[in-house]
Design a protein around this ligand. Sequence first.
Ligand code: ADP
Ligand code: MG
Length: 368
Amino acid sequence: MEMSAAIELAGVQKDFRSHGELVPALRATDLTVGRGEFFSLLGPSGCGKTTTMRLIAGFEEPTAGTVYLDGHDVTGVPPHRRDVNMVFQSYALFPHLNTYRNVAFGLERRKVGRTEIRRRVGEILDIVDLTGLEQRFPRELSGGQQQRVALARALVNRPRALLLDEPLGALDLKLRQHMQVELKRIQREVGVTFVYVTHDQDEALTMSDRIAVMRAGSIEQLGTPREIYERPATRFVAGFIGAANLLDGAADSVADGIAVLAYGPGERVLVPVPDSVRPGDALEVSVRPEKIGLSRDEPAGAGNSTLTGVVADVVYHGTATSYTVKTGTGADLVVFGQNTASAADLAGPGDRVFLTWSPQHSYPIGVR
Ligand code: ADP
Ligand code: MG
């Protein structure tokens, strides 16, 4: 028997009307989120992330298309009957209720028995690590603790899915990173499907099973963090996720599934390509900064990409140093070097350097 997806959008589209203008917030979209999956929507402000969440939760109805939860068509079903919960950046806790009562609120309203409430609230407070803080009021809790109360309050109802819209946006960096790890642990423990909205690529890469990268109301690429990072499908995805090095060129030759882009004597980029690519075809190649080796001496390996350039900029980051290198290809490439002892003083501004990387770290964008 085939298990239905936790969430499915089939041709879901949402247009708003604002001051007589049509705003296509979400273009016709198909999307499936598996049970127990940690699924992220990632993209810049205004790309349609919140609209997508509100369509799943039932706070908006689609202009076209169908929303399914656990295989049931819920289009037109009001939010309180969809069995999904939403957590926002503003926690919206009841200020006059303590932690325990904030979490118990939904269960009390549904007339769940006192003993059962005590058991379930205790269990969920334990999972979110708030045991001992039952009597505190929201104003007596830190931002991170308040966020955990909000999370506990949403999870105690045992929703089919939890929708989290930039829930860590108000926290400072250190706390945010800590909560990223915590959220992932909590999700694993409760086994609930999470749909997570963020505009922070690090956050999405760290936490997600799969990511949908959105742009202007469309999903530009959907895949695992590794796929999205290592094999960006479009220029936009390459640029939005991590530091992108993009090289334009034409295939000089193609042999054994590898195209060679030649930029001059000894200057070439090797990239694996599908059979459809022919010599002369224009190619756009992405290579990540940590994949490139930088040295002042000419490298040996003939089977690798090699370019020469001049260091324009050096930035020390603690664990790594980033070098911006002006190359003869027309592109400036960023190279990350780990700060091991041997890497000290690798190169400075104005130095002529060799860049090298193996073919598998080049990825052709938009080629099928
Ligand atoms: P995100 O969450 O990715 O920042 P949103 O989903 O909030 O983006 O918004 C997507 C687009 O839809 C934006 O252009 C936004 O201005 C527009 N939009 C969202 N809600 C409304 C609304 N109620 N009325 C009109 N336009 C809206
Ligand atoms: Mg939003």
